[in-house]
Design a protein around this ligand. Structure first.
Ligand SMILES: *Cc1c(COP(=O)(O)O)cnc(C)c1O
Length: 349
């Protein structure tokens, strides 16, 4: 039987839609290093206004966006408080330390993905020559597909502010968080995205994840902060020229691909539901678009053959640290059912 390939490795694998490609081709262009690419400027104005900030900067990647944020908030010898599993600590090659001499102070996550307020408070160093200067709290939402509770965001960022720290959000999947939060509050995703962003001094958003653009992130903050980040972006090699073609894709994604993230979340629920009850297979109920699967007992013992079996059945997934399936724009119900069937077949469930 011929299967189509269903790529569930990440929401970064999406291909630009025909409408997005048309928007890219039609984009008016300039040289953004001279600041005169109208499509880049329009995107920056749009995302800044949408999230309630004075300014924004288009970035090639989320990694560069977080790096510029940390280096714009901190000086050499400063430190940032960050979760053990946070992207801007664990998954960015140690960039803040390597390139900025900014030391991370990682904290363990609670089961819901938050950092305990008591842990944050205890990690803030006194003003003493022995210690790095604690300057920044960096949170991530969603974190591993988890929506951080809004009350918690308010409390953690108020605590940080009271202690004189800046607050940065790695919102690579901010709009997934906003869509999930909107489902709880009955509000809309744009309102919730702005409420979440409002807790922070800076926010980084990825267009290349669930929003379905081929490339790009934006860093948002005050005018002064973005001016500092702009200098660092140039230093990091992120000054791009006719980047308007990419900005146009991001802009199209903001116009057309935000509310539809709810479909990705529904597909993740569908997959989790279909995997529930397989012996030795634990599935976390997904809050957004990422399904984590843990194996135990006999299921774990045969797990070495799982990814090759899934690949044979046309299903691509990753097991870099945990088995993970991510839903996105280019997956449909049939693809999800194909993935669930391949899993059940492997575990003979
Ligand atoms: C993907 C991601 C980033 C940055 O990714 P790039 O691949 O550098 O664009 C940052 N933070 C989180 C939480 C991410 O998921």
């Amino acid at each position: 039987m011929i299967h189509k390939t269903v790529d569930l490795r990440s929401d970064t694998v999406t291909q630009p839609t025909a409408a997005m490609r048309a928007a890219m081709l039609a984009a008016p262009l300039g040289d953004d290093v001279f600041g005169d690419d109208p499509s880049v400027n329009a995107l920056q104005d749009k995302i800044a206004a949408m999230l309630g900030f004075e300014a924004a900067l288009f970035m090639p990647t989320g990694t560069q966006s977080n790096l510029c944020a940390i280096l714009a908030h901190c000086q050499r010898g400063d430190e940032y408080l960050v979760g053990q599993m946070a992207h801007c600590y664990r998954w960015e090659g140690g960039g803040a330390a390597v390139l900025g001499s900014v030391q991370p102070q990682p904290l363990n996550h609670q089961a819901d993905g938050t950092l305990a307020l008591a842990d944050i408070e205890a990690a803030i160093k006194p003003d003493d020559a022995h210690f790095a200067r604690t300057r920044l709290l960096a949170l991530e939402n969603t974190l591993g597909g988890k929506l951080l509770p809004f009350d918690y965001l308010q409390q953690a960022t108020q605590l940080a502010k009271a202690k004189g720290l800046s607050r940065h959000l790695d919102g690579a999947r901010l709009f997934n968080a906003a869509v999930a939060q909107a489902a709880q509050t009955g509000s809309d995703a744009f309102t919730e995205a702005a409420r979440i962003a409002g807790c922070f001094d800076s926010v980084s958003v990825c267009f290349s994840k669930g929003l379905g653009a081929p490339i790009g992130s934006a860093l948002c903050g005050s005018q002064g902060f973005i001016a500092r980040a702009h200098r660092i972006r140039k230093m990091a090699g992120g000054g791009m020229r006719q980047a308007g073609m990419l900005a146009a894709a991001a802009s199209h994604a903001l116009d057309h691909h935000v509310e539809r993230l709810a479909q990705d979340h529904a597909l993740a629920q569908r997959l989790a539901g279909s995997l529930a009850g397989i012996e030795g297979v634990q599935v976390e109920v997904p809050q957004t678009n990422i399904v984590f699967v843990d194996l135990s007992g006999a299921a774990k013992a045969k797990s070495a053959g799982l990814l090759p079996h899934l690949a044979e059945q046309g299903i691509q997934a990753t097991g870099l640290y945990r088995l993970r399936f991510v839903t996105h724009l280019d997956v449909d119900e049939a693809g999800i059912d194909q993935a669930a069937a391949a899993m059940r077949q492997f575990f003979k469930a």
